[in-house]
Design a protein around this ligand. Structure first.
Ligand SMILES: Nc1ncnc2c1ncn2[C@@H]1O[C@H](COP(=O)(O)OP(=O)(O)OP(=O)(O)O)[C@@H](O)[C@H]1O
Length: 279
């Protein structure tokens, strides 16, 4: 077909011309020239409150303690909880002379961008529509100064909506961790996340089950507070490893509430850390 005849709409044309053979259009957004991010790991969940932010923060803490320069992009724009878990309370985002946002830095040097850091008050609600929220995530990626970051962890909003889609299309995600809890409809939720990741061509590193059990403080027995876990079967169905089973522990809740997650030990994430290193 000649250039003059081309309708520039491959959906309505069956010709096999060179432009069609270039493959699907990439929507990846480039970083600004001052920034480099070597690996991007997304943390996703089927619904809110299962511990996605906890896993994001603790993965960052563990990787940072191993000597990697680590960052968190809080893409949970309407429910940002990352700054609080690190005890960052002031509006910590500065500007470089050429207009890039400077992420806040935690006490152990993890760099954080979050909607809570750019709002006038952390209690201000974010009443934005989907495309605006997705635009904010892209801005955090493109218009912040991410200097020599080895690992960036992206705390996704729960579910498979607009924002996770934007993150998968716009950021070069090297792998995702899917966080679940035993009381969810685990098999359906994991299937949805797996299908989305496959459609978007994003590798799944594995599954993390949070609030898996409680260790009885008196007899040491494991109590399945939310009923028996089905995560092992679900992992087998999708051929995915179970990278962690995190207990319910009041120490976890109090570290998050008091902004001291950097001082919380997280031995339960050993395998997830190794998986991120191999991503
Ligand atoms: N294993 C655990 N033991 C005790 N408390 C926990 C545990 N996991 C999470 N929590 C607490 O449960 C609450 C919800 O956790 P978190 O914010 O990580 O969930 P989330 O999936 O990110 O929620 P959202 O989608 O609303 O952001 C937090 O207050 C956290 O401290």
């Amino acid at each position: 077909m000649s250039d003059l005849d081309c309708t520039h709409n491959c959906n309505s044309c069956g010709e096999s011309c060179p432009s069609r053979q270039e493959g699907p259009k990439s929507f990846l957004e480039p970083l600004n020239p001052a920034s480099t991010v070597k690996k991007v790991i997304g943390i996703v969940s089927g619904k809110g409150g299962v511990g996605k932010s906890l896993v994001t923060t603790m993965m960052a803490v563990r990787m940072s303690s191993k000597g990697y320069k680590t960052a968190i992009l809080d893409a949970d724009i309407t429910g940002p909880s990352i700054p609080k878990a690190f005890g960052i309370t002031d509006s910590g985002v500065g500007m470089t002379p050429n207009g890039l946002m400077i992420p806040a830095t935690t006490s152990t040097g993890i760099e954080v961008m979050s909607a809570n850091l750019v709002l006038d008050h952390e209690t201000d609600p974010v009443i934005w529509r989907g495309p605006v929220i997705a635009g904010a995530v892209k801005q955090f990626w493109q218009e912040a100064l991410w200097e020599n970051i080895d690992y960036m962890f992206v705390d996704m909003p729960p579910g498979t909506g607009d924002v996770p889609l934007t993150v998968f299309q716009s950021l070069p995600v090297d792998g995702i961790l899917i966080v679940t809890s035993p009381q969810e409809l685990v098999s359906m939720i994991v299937a949805k996340a797996v299908n989305m990741a496959k459609k978007m061509n994003v590798p799944i590193l594995g599954l993390v089950e949070n609030m898996s059990y409680l260790n009885c403080p008196d007899c040491g027995k494991k109590i399945s507070v939310f009923g028996e876990s089905h995560i092992d079967e679900v992992g087998k169905t999708h051929d995915l490893p179970i990278l962690a089973k995190i207990p319910i522990d009041p120490k976890i809740a109090s570290a998050v509430d008091s902004g001291t997650v950097e001082y919380l030990e997280a031995p339960w994430l050993d395998e997830a850390v190794l998986a991120a290193e191999k991503a």
